[in-house]
Ligand binder design. Sequence first.
Ligand code: RTP
Ligand code: MG
Length: 148
Amino acid sequence: MEQTFLMVKPDGVQRGLVGEIISRFERRGFKLVAAKFERLPDARVMEHYAEHVQKPFFPGLKAYITSGPCFLMVFAGKNIVKISRDMIGATNPAGAAPGTIRGDLALEIGMNVIHGSDSVETAAREIGIHFKPEELASYTRIDEQYLY
Ligand code: RTP
Ligand code: MG
């Protein structure tokens, strides 16, 4: 089953939104496969955001993402990469559709609550940055027969 990497950013943690965000993905039918709660070390921030390191907003992004603990997750399900990006909404919450996580819970691009992998390849790369293979759980959701 397809997997993705999702992360509640420090603003989401500090606003008490971790439970709400996990719930949205669980209720949609996606399976929680791994989770951890930690402040990201600098080296992993550089690796995770390698495509943005040279951009003008990167120093602010790095300061924000390391300002407190993040809640890191791997979720699995059919088409999860595309569906979770749709559930998260536009990068800038000012233009994110109501019903999306950013459209319901955020206002500013600099504090947009959650990260989600943008392709299947990115998901594999990001899961590998943040989790060891043995940290990914294997189990059956009791409702899988009604979801698929
Ligand atoms: P993410 O990677 O966090 O899921 O967000 P995304 O794909 O929607 O956006 P991306 O283009 O990958 O940008 C990564 C994060 O960098 C911050 N950002 N700030 N000030 C700016 O212009 C700006 N642009 C991007 C945001 O926190 C964004 O989520
Ligand atoms: Mg991105």
